[in-house]
Write a protein that binds this ligand. Structure first.
Ligand code: ADP
Ligand code: ASP
Ligand code: MG
Length: 411
């Protein structure tokens, strides 16, 4: 008997018929003798609909109330899925995040899980029940409802798997695994049988929305065996593996991630002195704004400029803060640009190969794409480019690094 945590995303539970189909999949696994905890998302479009309602009242609604609002989407799905399971004769029980006691910090809208009390879950499992848990939500010390950030149901599932020491965490979604890049953008992208945690973490953090980044962090930290599979068709999916497979010939690049979610901010004409970067970036991160790519330049006249990217949703707050810092430092100017995109190539194979960056830059140059910012790690290279060139860049890189299904057939 295995203990399995399954997670079904928004499209997979998008209609009552689909919820009934999910119930059949859950029932089949239960009837094979597995213990099952199922985390679910809101029905597709529901979270956006709720955010839209709030925006009709205020563009700047209170974050605690936003969490009370958006967490309702998942509460609907857990009840409907339990009803569908009960109709199939399965003893199922639904729990909200606070009922399980998924304890988080109090950062509304982007809360982090601190602890899961698995008592109730274990009791219900022992009693032979299938437990259905609302994804995306938790509760803080004071009993306030919190949410874990967009796509957060993945993190709920992995955290539950970690807390219960589950044998596997299965993420069921609307594609049949992790691909070399988003198959919606590149139609001949290839499904990967396996990807390492490290690579998946880079893919997720560079914008590939197939898994929420925190879910991958959790899975790595607690060694949760993680698999991405399709809700709609049978298949092995993609295993996110803890170890690098030495037998496997490592490709140079395993995948390409991209995102359009960031904006670029620049502060110019600041002193080139110790403490200045801290003053600029420290104030931004103290406001709980995540900073991504950072570049500093020093001009001939010894004045410095710092450019960095933040999520578009944090842009106006970051601009405001940067304006204040600019006054403080006597900076020349501050400007921002929303029309940017980030493209990254990811692969553990890069560690042992030189010349990957040159190949990437050549491919972009051949397409006439200007690179605005560059940042690298051992296993990824990221560039920031003008947003309108994003698709062209991803397709060019997918082809240059031979990632298509047809490329793998010919080798
Ligand atoms: P869910 O609602 O099940 O959580 P998501 O929309 O969050 O589903 O994630 C699945 C989507 O992720 C796919 O439909 C696909 O468009 C997108 N995606 C982005 N990058 C990749 C990738 N490398 N491989 C597979 N899917 C990807
Ligand atoms: N319903 C939430 C969202 O749309 C969480 C999730 O689907 O994982 O972001
Ligand atoms: Mg998702």
């Amino acid at each position: 008997m295995s203990l399995i945590v399954q997670k079904y995303g928004g499209t997979s539970v998008g209609t009552v018929e689909r919820i009934e189909a999910v119930a059949k999949k859950v029932a089949a696994s239960y009837q094979e003798g597995n213990q099952l905890v199922v985390a679910v998302s809101a029905m597709s479009g529901e979270t956006n609909r709720l955010i839209g309602l709030a925006n009709e009242i205020s563009s700047d609604a209170n974050l605690r109330e936003m969490d009370v609002l958006v967490s309702t989407g998942e509460q609907v799905t857990i009840a409907l899925l339990c009803m569908a399971l009960q109709k199939l004769g399965i003893d199922a029980l639904s729990y909200t995040g606070s009922q399980v006691r998924i304890l988080t910090d109090n950062a509304h809208g982007k809360a982090r899980i601190r602890e899961i009390d698995n008592h109730r879950l274990q009791g219900a499992l022992k009693a032979g029940k299938v437990v259905v848990v609302a994804g995306f939500q938790g509760v803080d010390e004071e009993g306030n409802i919190t949410t874990l950030g967009r796509g957060g149901s993945d993190t709920t599932a992995v955290a539950l798997a970690a807390a219960l020491k589950a044998d596997e965490c299965q993420i069921y979604t609307d594609v049949d695994g992790v691909y070399t890049t988003d198959p919606r953008l590149v139609s001949d992208a290839r499904r990967l049988d396996k990807i390492t945690f490290e690579e998946m973490l880079e893919m997720a953090s560079q914008g590939s929305k197939i898994l929420q980044i925190r879910s991958v962090e959790f899975a790595g930290k607690y060694s949760v065996p993680l698999r991405v599979l399709s809700s709609f068709e049978e298949g092995p999916g993609t295993l996110i593996s803890l170890e690098e497979d030495d037998q496997m010939e490592k490709p140079l690049v395993s995948g390409i991630a991209f995102n359009r979610d960031e904006a670029k901010l620049t502060i110019r004409g600041i002193p080139d002195q110790p403490g200045v970067a801290y003053k600029v970036l420290g104030a931004i991160s103290e406001a709980n704004i995540e900073i991504d790519v950072i570049v500093q330049n020093v001009a001939k006249d010894n004045s410095a400029s710092i450019t960095f990217t933040v999520n578009k949703t944090d842009l106006s707050q970051a601009e405001e803060l940067l304006g204040e810092i600019a006054k403080d430092l006597g900076a020349l100017e501050v400007d921002s640009d929303k029309r940017i995109a980030k493209v990254s190539i990811v692969g553990v194979g890069m560690r042992s190969h030189a010349g990957v960056a040159a190949k990437m830059f050549e491919a972009l140059s051949d397409e006439g794409i200007n690179i605005q910012l560059i940042t690298t790690s051992e296993i990824k290279i990221t560039v920031v480019i003008e947003e309108r060139y994003l698709e062209l860049a991803v397709r060019a890189l997918h082809s240059v690094f031979e990632l298509s299904a047809s490329d793998s057939e010919s080798t």
